[in-house]
Design a protein around this ligand. Structure first.
Ligand code: UDP
Length: 309
């Protein structure tokens, strides 16, 4: 039985990943400091004898007694509202946390996977974004704490690969949604769904012409698992290339929830990327992966989950 450490294991994506790995027969250790994650996300896993949870901030030295086969570094605030509230912790988990988890993987002779982000492309000047695009990031802007932390994390993972021959992988995660998102995390999916379900105004920032491409969480997890099982060491985009304007997205949520909400316009946050869409040719070719869940299908399950929770 292989043992995996998932940092950020109590977060939205981390907890889905833990559940998936348990179902594949792995022993899973989730580590989290609950800065943005929640124990509620892993409640259903606690009775599984192959699952354990360690409360720890990975920006500090990590001690794990078990042998490890994989270290998957998913710990980080990821919503703009969250990381702008705690920018120093965000920079620390991307830098010190990545250093500590890489060191741990090296000591345990484990494989390593870094959860990176489409934010490494900043406000992109090419669309869709292939992995070869170097990005357009404002390092001193309000999103810089997240973008630069992840860019540093990628550079550090590649250095460990080149110098220590560590088997590192980097997944660049594009906007992901699904059951388990925090309703107050400030991102567009929870905001629009909770507003629509309460028939309150749906808050579109700017003119709503900025685009995003949304990937259902089970597709993302499939992609991460394929990458983890592959021999690739260079970054791979995982996301759904079905690109929509935010205004279109608001209309879709309104339709699916049968809401009476009005759509209202609020100021566009500083440095909000005006376009975002993954080029997934590499994942399709190298991992034989592509997303399967259509937007309306994934949103319907997510809306159902928000209704119940
Ligand atoms: N957005 C919006 N209304 C909201 C929340 C977000 O119009 O209530 C917009 C935001 O300005 C951005 C897009 O939706 O253009 C996605 O924002 P999110 O915070 O989900 O994540 P991002 O992709 O910017 O990291």
């Amino acid at each position: 039985m292989k043992t995996v450490l998932v940092t950020g294991g109590a977060g939205f994506i981390g907890s889905h990943l833990c559940g998936f790995l348990l179902s594949k027969g792995f022993k899973v250790i989730a580590m989290d400091n609950l800065a943005t994650g929640g124990l509620k996300n892993i409640e259903h896993l606690r009775s599984n004898q192959n699952f354990s949870y360690i409360h720890h901030d990975v920006s500090k030295h990590i001690a794990v007694s078990e042998e490890l086969d994989f270290v998957l570094h998913f710990a980080s605030p990821a919503s703009p509202i969250d990381y702008q509230k705690i920018p120093i912790q965000t920079l620390k988990v991307g830098s010190l946390g990545t250093h500590n988890t890489l060191g741990l993987a090296l000591a345990k002779k484990a494989k390593y996977l870094l959860a990176s982000t489409s934010e490494v492309y900043g406000d992109p000047l090419v669309n869709p974004q292939p992995e070869t695009y170097w990005g357009n990031v404002n390092c001193v802007g309000i999103r810089g704490c997240y973008d630069e932390a992840k860019r540093f994390a990628e550079a550090l993972a590649m250095a460990y690969h080149r110098i220590h021959k560590l088997d590192t992988k980097i997944v660049r995660i594009f906007n992901t949604y699904g059951p388990g998102m925090r309703k107050d995390d400030g991102r567009v999916v929870p905001n629009f769904i909770t507003q629509a379900l309460k028939n309150e105004p749906i808050t579109v920032y700017g003119d709503g012409k900025q685009t995003r491409s949304f990937c259902y969480v089970s597709d993302l997890i499939d992609g991460v698992f394929s990458l983890m099982s592959s021999s690739l060491n260079e970054p791979v985009n995982i996301g759904n290339p079905d690109e929509h304007t935010i205004l279109e997205f608001a209309e879709i949520i309104k339709e699916l929830t049968k809401s009476k909400s009005k759509i209202i316009f609020k100021p566009l946050p500083v440095d909000d990327p005006h376009i975002r869409c993954p080029d997934i040719s590499k994942a399709m070719k190298e991992l034989k992966w592509k997303p399967k869940v259509a937007l309306k299908e994934g949103l319907s399950s997510t809306i159902e989950w928000f209704r119940k929770n």
